[in-house]
Design a protein around this ligand. Structure first.
Ligand code: B3K
Ligand code: ZN
Length: 878
C-alpha cells in the first residue's frame, strides 16, 4: 500500500543528494504475477560527512541487499515507510538490491504494470520507486544497462532505453535482451516494455547525416493505424532541427502504444510510451481533432528529448522548466503546420477555460509551486499551459532572434544537467543582455493578473492616452501580489481599420503600427502623439500575456474590431467578448423572467463574418462558435448553469434561424470537401460544415435532423460521423437513437472509438443523463480500470455536462463522490483528477455549495484515501 500519511514537500527544503549513482545495472526476470528485479548501483558520496544513503521504495518486497558483494548486516540499514536508509557505506561502493513486484496487480499504472497482456512502465514522477529501491529524484542521473528475461512466446519483443547490445535464447522457452543507454538520465525517464507487439518501421536522416531507425510498436490488430503517427514523428524531428537546431542523438527512436495509461504519453529516453489514443488513427476511426492531437503529442514527447531529457529538472518544483518549454515548442510546431491564428485561438481558449479557473480555485499555484503533498497533482494546466505562456512572453520581450540565442545557450550550458527555472532565465538574460528579475515573479506568483485599461482622446492635441493598471487577485497563501513584467502588444486603428503609426510622447519619429508596451509597475500611462482621429485600440494582440484585459468598448467598437482588426486573434477575441456580453444579457433576462430577444446587431455582425468568403473556413468557424457554458459561468458572480444553458441554446437557435439561408449555403459549400485530405484548409472546411449543420439543427429541428441523419449515413470519415452525431446529441429524437445504435454496432470492438460514443452520451443535455451514465457503466465496453474509459464516461459527465452534473438535487455530486471512492483504491491519479470537478464549489448558489461540500466531506472522511485524492479534497474544503 502507498503511504497515505499527509506529508508536505517544500521547495525551500531542497538539498542536493548526498550520494551520486554513476551507473545502474538492472536485471528483470519478468513474470506478470511475480517479477524479480536486481539492481546494482555504482555509488559515490558527493560531499564530506557521513550522511547515510537514502533510497525510495513503494509496494516492494525486499529480497536481498548487499554491498560490494557482501550481504548487508541487519543493523546497517533501516526502513521507515517509503524510505530505506543505509549507514556506514564506503565512499565508493556497489550496492545490490533485489526486490519482488507484482505487475499484474498494479492498477495504479505507475511503475511496472501489465496492459493488454504486455509489460510496460510509467516512472514519472515517482514510479521508479515501485520497481526497485533507488534515489528516485531527478537530480540523480545515471547510466543504465538493462537486462531482461521473459517467456519468448508471450513476450517476443523486449525493449528498454538506448541501444540493444545483446539478445539470445534461454532454456525453457525464455529469452533475454540487454539494452544500454549511454546518456545519463534520472530514474523517471527509465522505461521497459515486453510483450507481443507489431512494429511499423520508418527512418530519418538527421541534419548531420546520421541514420535513425524509427519504430512504432502496437498490438497486432492496430498496425493499420500507425501511418499518421510515423509521419508526425518525422515532421517533428525535421522541424526541431530547422527551427531550434536540435538534432536527435540515439540510433533508434521507439514509440510503444498501450491502452491503459494515466496520461497522454511519456518521453522516456529513446522509448516513448504512449496512450494508444495519441498514436492510433485511420480516417474512419479518428476525427480531424484526433489527427491534430496525435501530431502534437508525438511532437511534444519528441521535443522533450532536448527540453526535459538532455537538460532535465533538478527537482519536481521545476516541472514547468521542461513542460512549459515543451508545450511552447509543440504549440509553435502545430502553428507552423496549420493556421497560426487558429492554433493561437485554440490554445488561448484552452488556457482560459481550464487554467484561469485553476487560478481562482483552491488548488491555485504558481508555475513553480512552493509546496506539494503529491507531485502527481501538479501536472496541471498552470505548470503546462501557463508555463508555456510565460516562455512565449520571454520570446515576445526578447524578440525571436535573441530568444533563440538564449535557448541555444541554455541547451549548451546545461546539457547533461538537472537544473532550475532560474538557470533557464539566466541563460535568456545572458544571451539577450536583459534583466528579467521582475519577470521572474511569473514563476512564483499564482493567479491571473487583471489589466484595467482606459483610453482618452484629446482632439485638440491629437493625442491618445492609454492608462493601464495591473492587479492580481489573492490566491491561497498569497494575499498580496507584486506587479509583474507584462508585454502588452497594442495598435491603434483608424476609422478605416488601418493601423495608425505609433509615436509615444518623447519619441522622435513614429514606428510601425504595432508596439509591445512593457508594464512593470502597478500603473502606467502611455501617450501616443499625432493621432489624427479618435482611434479604436486593439489591445493584448495575439494574446501577448496570460491576463484578463478589461477595456470599456462599446458594442459598436467590438463589432468594428470583429470585422476588421488587423490582428487575426483580436478579431476573434472581439467577437467572443461581444458574444459573452450578449449571452450574459440573455442570462439576466431569463433570471428576471423577461422574454428572450436576440440582439439584431450581434446577429448582423455574425452574418457578415459568415459571408466573408475570403477568410479561412477554420477562422470563420472559430468566430462563429459561441463561448462555452463554463467560460460564461466564469463571468458570473454566482454561476447559474441552468440559465446559461437556456440562454446559450436560445442564442444558437436564434442565430440558426435568422441566418438559416447562409448556414445552408455554408454547409453545402464546405461539406463537399475532399474527404481524406488532412491539409489545414480541408480540416477547416469540415469544421465549418459541421458547425453550420449544428446551427441548422438548432434552427429547424425537423429539417436539420434529417440533414444530420443523412450526413451520418453517408459519412466518409470520422469527422463527418462525429459532426452529425454532435448535432443530434442534444435533442431526444429517433434520429439520435438510431445513429447511436448504429455507431455502437459498428465500433463495439474498437475501444478508442467507443469512447467517443460514451462521451457523447455523457455530455448530452437531454433529460436522464445521469441514469444513462450509470447504465453505461454496466456496458461490456466500460472498464473502471482503464483511464480512457473512465475519462470518456465519468470524466465527460462531470466536466462537459454542467446542467446534469450540477443538478439541483445534488445527484451529480453524490455520483461523483461514489465513483471517486471506488476508483481511488485502484488508481489514485485518475481519481484525483475527477475530484477536481468539486473543488470550485464556492462559485455556485448556497444549496449547491452545501451539496458539493457534503460530497467532498464524504470523500475526505473516508479512511485509507490516497495522498492524491486527500490533497485535492482537503484543500478544496479549506
Ligand atoms: N512528462 C509526462 C507526464 C508525466 C505525468 C506523471 N503523472 C508527459 C508529458 O508531459 O510529456
Ligand atoms: Zn511534457
Amino acid at each position: 500500500m502507498k503511504d497515505t500519511t499527509p506529508r508536505m514537500v517544500f521547495l525551500k527544503d531542497y538539498v542536493p543528494p548526498a550520494w551520486r549513482v554513476s551507473r545502474v545495472e538492472l536485471d528483470f526476470q519478468l513474470d506478470p504475477a511475480r517479477t524479480r528485479v536486481r539492481s546494482r548501483m555504482s555509488l559515490a558520496r558527493t560531499g564530506a560527512g557521513d550522511q547515510p544513503l537514502m533510497l525510495h521504495g513503494q509496494d516492494l518486497t525486499l529480497v536481498a541487499l548487499s554491498v560490494d558483494g557482501r550481504p548487508l548486516p541487519a543493523g546497517a540499514w533501516r526502513q521507515e515507510g517509503e524510505q530505506l536508509w543505509v549507514q556506514d557505506l564506503p565512499d565508493r561502493c556497489e550496492l545490490t538490491v533485489e526486490t519482488e513486484i507484482h505487475p499484474d496487480r498494479n492498477t495504479a499504472l505507475e511503475g511496472l504494470y501489465v496492459s493488454g497482456g504486455n509489460f510496460c512502465t510509467q516512472c514519472e514522477a515517482e514510479g521508479f520507486r515501485r520497481i526497485t529501491w533507488f534515489p528516485d529524484r531527478p537530480d540523480v542521473m545515471a547510466e543504465y544497462r538493462v537486462r531482461m528475461e521473459a517467456d519468448k512466446a508471450t513476450c517476443p519483443v523486449l525493449l528498454s532505453n538506448g541501444n540493444l547490445v545483446d539478445s539470445g535464447d534461454l532454456p525453457e522457452g525464455r529469452h533475454y535482451a540487454v539494452w544500454h543507454d549511454p546518456f545519463p538520465k534520472p530514474s523517471y525517464l527509465f522505461a521497459l516494455v515486453a510483450g507481443d507487439l507489431a512494429c511499423q518501421e520508418g527512418h530519418f536522416v538527421t541534419c548531420s547525416g546520421r541514420e535513425v531507425a524509427l519504430r512504432i510498436f502496437v498490438q497486432h490488430h492496430n498496425l493499420d493505424k500507425c501511418d499518421h503517427a510515423m509521419r508526425s514523428l518525422i515532421k517533428a524531428m525535421r522541424w526541431d532541427e530547422d527551427t531550434f537546431g536540435r538534432e536527435y542523438d540515439l540510433d533508434t527512436y521507439m514509440i510503444v502504444a498501450v491502452d491503459d495509461f494515466n496520461m497522454g504519453a511519456m518521453e522516456n529516453k529513446g522509448l516513448n510510451i504512449f496512450n494508444s489514443k495519441y498514436v492510433l488513427a485511420r480516417p474512419d476511426t479518428a476525427t480531424d481533432e484526433d489527427f491534430v492531437a496525435i501530431e502534437s503529442v508525438i511532437a511534444h514527447e519528441y521535443f522533450h528529448n532536448w527540453s526535459g531529457n538532455r537538460v532535465t529538472c533538478r527537482d519536481w518544483f521545476q516541472l514547468s522548466l521542461k513542460e512549459g518549454l515543451t508545450v511552447f515548442r509543440d504549440q509553435e510546431f502545430t502553428a507552423d503546420q496549420s493556421l497560426r491564428t487558429v492554433k493561437r485561438i485554440d490554445d488561448v481558449q484552452r488556457l482560459r477555460s481550464l487554467q484561469f479557473p485553476e487560478d481562482t480555485g483552491p488548488m491555485a499555484h504558481p508555475v513553480r509551486p512552493q509546496s506539494y503533498m503529491e507531485i502527481n497533482n501538479f501536472y496541471t494546466m498552470t505548470v503546462y499551459e501557463k508555463g508555456a505562456e510565460v516562455v512565449r512572453m520571454i520570446q515576445t520581450l526578447l524578440g525571436r532572434d535573441l530568444f533563440r540565442r538564449g535557448l541555444d545557450l541554455y541547451f549548451d550550458r546545461h546539457d547533461g544537467q538537472a537544473v532550475t527555472t532560474d538557470d533557464f532565465l539566466r541563460a535568456m538574460e545572458d544571451a539577450a543582455a536583459r534583466d528579467l528579475s521582475r519577470f521572474r515573479r511569473w514563476y512564483d506568483q499564482a493567479g491571473t493578473p487583471v489589466l484595467n485599461v482606459t483610453g482618452a482622446y484629446d482632439a485638440g492635441a491629437r493625442r491618445f492616452r492609454l492608462t493601464v493598471r495591473q492587479s492580481c487577485p489573492p490566491t491561497p497563501g498569497q494575499a498580496e501580489k507584486l506587479p509583474l513584467h507584462i508585454p502588452l502588444a497594442v495598435a491603434l486603428l483608424d476609422r478605416a481599420g488601418r493601423e495608425i503609426p505609433l509615436r509615444l510622447e518623447g519619441e522622435a519619429a513614429a514606428g510601425g503600427g504595432e508596439r509591445v508596451l512593457e508594464l512593470t509597475a502597478p500603473d502606467h500611462v502611455f501617450v501616443f502623439e499625432e493621432v489624427h482621429e479618435p482611434p479604436v485600440p486593439s489591445l493584448l494582440r495575439d494574446f501577448s500575456a496570460p491576463v484578463t484585459l478589461r477595456y470599456p468598448y462599446t458594442d459598436e467598437e467590438l463589432a468594428f474590431l470583429m470585422a476588421g482588426d488587423t490582428d487575426g486573434f483580436n478579431r476573434w477575441e472581439a467577437g467572443q467578448q461581444y458574444a459573452v456580453r450578449v449571452l450574459l444579457r440573455l442570462v439576466e433576462d431569463h433570471q428576471a423572467g423577461r422574454p428572450l430577444v436576440m440582439e439584431p446587431r450581434f446577429v448582423e455582425s455574425v452574418g457578415q463574418v459568415l459571408t466573408h468568403t475570403a477568410v479561412d473556413p477554420a477562422l470563420v468557424a472559430e468566430a462563429l462558435t459561441l463561448p462555452g457554458e463554463s467560460y460564461l459561468a466564469d463571468h458570473m458572480r454566482v454561476a447559474d448553469v441552468d440559465a446559461i444553458h437556456t440562454a446559450r441554446q436560445f442564442a444558437r437557435r436564434a442565430m440558426g434561424e435568422q441566418l438559416a439561408v447562409r448556414w445552408r449555403e455554408t454547409y453545402e459549400r464546405h461539406s463537399a470537401t475532399d474527404a481524406h485530405s488532412l491539409e489545414a484548409d480541408a480540416m477547416g472546411r469540415r469544421r465549418l460544415a459541421n458547425l453550420a449543420l449544428a446551427y441548422l439543427v438548432a434552427a429547424n429541428p425537423v429539417e436539420g435532423r434529417s440533414l444530420a441523419h443523412r450526413q451520418f449515413r453517408d459519412a466518409r470519415n470520422m469527422s463527418e460521423t462525429m459532426g452529425a452525431l454532435r448535432a443530434l446529441m442534444d435533442c431526444a429524437c429517433d434520429e439520435r437513437d438510431a445513429a447511436l445504435a448504429a455507431f455502437e454496432a459498428r465500433w463495439k470492438d474498437e475501444p478508442l472509438v467507443l469512447d467517443k460514443w460514451f462521451s457523447l452520451q455523457a455530455a448530452s443535455s437531454v433529460p436522464g443523463a445521469l441514469q444513462r451514465v450509470r447504465g453505461l457503466m454496466a456496458h461490456p465496453g466500460f472498464n473502471m480500470r482503464n483511464p480512457n474509459r473512465v475519462r470518456a464516461l465519468i470524466g465527460a459527465f462531470v466536466t462537459a455536462n454542467p446542467v446534469h452534473f450540477h443538478a439541483a438535487d445534488g445527484s451529480g455530486y453524490d455520483f461523483l463522490a461514489e465513483q471517486v471512492l471506488s476508483l481511488d483504491p485502484l488508481n489514485p491519479q485518475v481519481a484525483a483528477r475527477l475530484v477536481k470537478a468539486l473543488s470550485r464549489w464556492k462559485r455556485f448558489d448556497k444549496p449547491r455549495q452545501a451539496a458539493m461540500r457534503a460530497a467532498l466531506e464524504r470523500i475526505v472522511e473516508t479512511s485509507g484515501l490516497s495522498r492524491d485524492v486527500y490533497e485535492i479534497t482537503s484543500r478544496s474544503l479549506e
